[in-house]
Design a binder for this molecule. Structure first.
Ligand code: ARG
Length: 477
């Protein structure tokens, strides 16, 4: 989604005829009032939603005999022309007209005269802006769902291609146990699936129409709120007019879902940054998602991952900011609520970019299989397998097996060897009952392959999960 091309029309201060401002707010109260009140610079993003709402509202007014069909037709024709002007970048957004609602209505009046004045019957800017903003947030939630599906597809492809690629699994960023690359990819797939479900959930809850709540109390006109709700593809009208104009929890909920999703993007970004470092060299990215250094010719910096990681800051900031705007407001509408939009616009645009970049990076990633396998064997990653062997074959209590294994690891460390390179005699010097059979569990691949419990890292289990996800994702749009 891109910003309206008309943003270039956004005016900076000082506005026409007020050049005495000289960039400082020492002007007369009228000018100051306009400066603090004006929102057209950002709420012009709601133009399409505003027009859509007005088309539905005027249709309903005519159907209920509140305005004539001629007026309705004139309003529709005018609104469609305005939509075209905005689309073509020809619309003159005016600060004097404060916001998107008054800008569109003002232009409609220029075009069709008196009939324009009848459009606002039985409605207020309070229910109008609540409707526009809901439509805007809803469109983005749909967009995020599609983007998340796309990202999940990319992760699934990586998982499918690398079900049996062994790598070190970490806890505390210290080598823990060998895992498979496919398993690691599926872990993120699960997270993004939950993010997608959160978006779907937020959408379902927010999909009610505020339109017709009017200023706060409803209206004496015989309006049909079901008709406008269904024209705007809402499930139903909101049941309480005070709530309808006051509620912004739909935006908070969407932002929360975005913030959680952004933390997942950030964690994956962090791994990409670590994995592409010379020290790890677990994966490589092409030039498509890296940049060179202006001074160090050897560098290939993972800038895209770093920027995705950094964008979480503004998304979380947006959530905090809107929470704070809302928390002290009495019912019903207060102008504070005009400050609801910018954080949401900014956060959604950041997430949009982050999701797109991440889907691109995941597809672009090439795991360095040899390096991953080598790293998987370091750090005594199969020590748990040795302990499990002592439990399983020698019938030792796990605590004793843990102690024996610790002694063997210390011995290997002194000799500078990996566990599977330690001689049988050395092992037997610690525990005489150990046999040659122990070596069958000491390689990273054996270790990973043995973890066949549901959700475990064994290639066989990862393949099963890959198949499950293939079926799930096939049924997504
Ligand atoms: N621009 C305003 C907003 O975003 C529209 C609603 C104005 N309502 C009012 N009662 N002044 O909140």
């Amino acid at each position: 989604m891109t910003k309206s091309s008309n943003e270039k029309n956004q005016k900076n201060y000082p506005v026409k005829g007020q050049s005495m401002w000289g960039g400082r707010f020492s002007a007369e109260p009228g000018a100051l009032m306009q400066a603090i009140n004006v929102s057209i610079g950002f709420d012009q993003r709601l133009a399409a939603q505003d027009i859509r709402g007005s088309l539905a509202h005027s249709d309903m007014l005519a159907a209920r005999g509140i305005i004539t069909e001629d007026d309705r037709d004139a309003i529709h024709k005018g609104l469609k022309e305005i939509a075209q002007e905005i689309e073509n970048g020809e619309f003159n957004f005016r600060d004097e007209l404060e916001d998107i609602h008054l800008n569109i209505e003002g232009r409609l009046r220029e075009m069709i005269g008196d009939a324009a004045g009848r459009l606002h019957t039985g409605r207020s800017r309070n229910d109008q802006v609540a409707t526009d903003f809901r439509l805007w947030v809803r469109d983005y939630l749909d967009h995020f769902e599609r983007q998340l599906t796309h990202l999940m597809q990319a992760l699934l492809t990586q998982a499918e291609q690398n079900t049996d690629v062994i790598m070190p699994g970490f806890t505390h960023l210290q080598t823990a146990q060998p895992v498979t690359f496919g398993h690691h990819m599926l872990a993120y797939l699960e997270m993004f699936a939950r993010d997608r479900a959160r978006m779907t959930d937020a959408r379902t809850r927010m999909n009610e129409s505020p339109l017709g709540a009017a200023a706060l109390a409803g209206t004496p006109y015989p309006i049909d709120r079901d008709m406008t709700a269904s024209a705007l593809e809402f499930d139903r009208p909101m049941a309480n007019s005070l709530d309808a104009v006051s509620a912004r929890d739909f935006a908070l909920e969407a932002l929360s879902a975005c913030a959680i999703c952004a933390t997942h993007l950030s964690r994956l970004s962090e791994e990409i940054v670590i994995w592409t470092s010379a020290q790890f060299s677990f994966i490589s990215l092409t030039d498509a998602f890296t940049t060179g250094s202006s001074i160090m010719p050897q560098k290939r910096n993972p800038d895209a991952a770093e920027l995705v990681r950094a964008k979480v800051g503004r998304i979380m900031g947006a959530l905090t900011s809107l929470m704070i705007v809302m928390k002290g407001l009495p019912l019903a509408y207060s102008k504070d609520m005009q400050e609801d939009k910018e954080p949401v616009f900014d956060a959604f645009e950041a997430l949009d970019l982050g999701l797109a970049a991440m889907a691109g990076m995941v597809a672009d990633m090439t795991p360095n299989k040899a390096r991953l396998a080598e790293a998987a064997g370091h750090g005594f990653s199969t020590a748990t397998d040795l302990a499990d062997w002592l439990v399983r074959i020698l019938g030792m209590p796990f605590r004793d097996a843990h102690h024996v294994t610790g002694t063997i690891v210390a011995l290997a460390e002194r000799q500078g060897k990996m566990l599977d390179a330690l001689s049988l005699a050395d092992m037997q010097s610690v525990e005489p009952r150990i046999t040659q059979d122990v070596y069958s569990v000491l390689t990273p691949i054996a270790s990973a392959s043995s973890r066949t419990s549901y959700g475990g890292t064994a290639p066989s289990e990862v393949k099963r999960q890959v198949e499950r996800w293939k079926t799930v994702l096939r049924s997504c749009k």
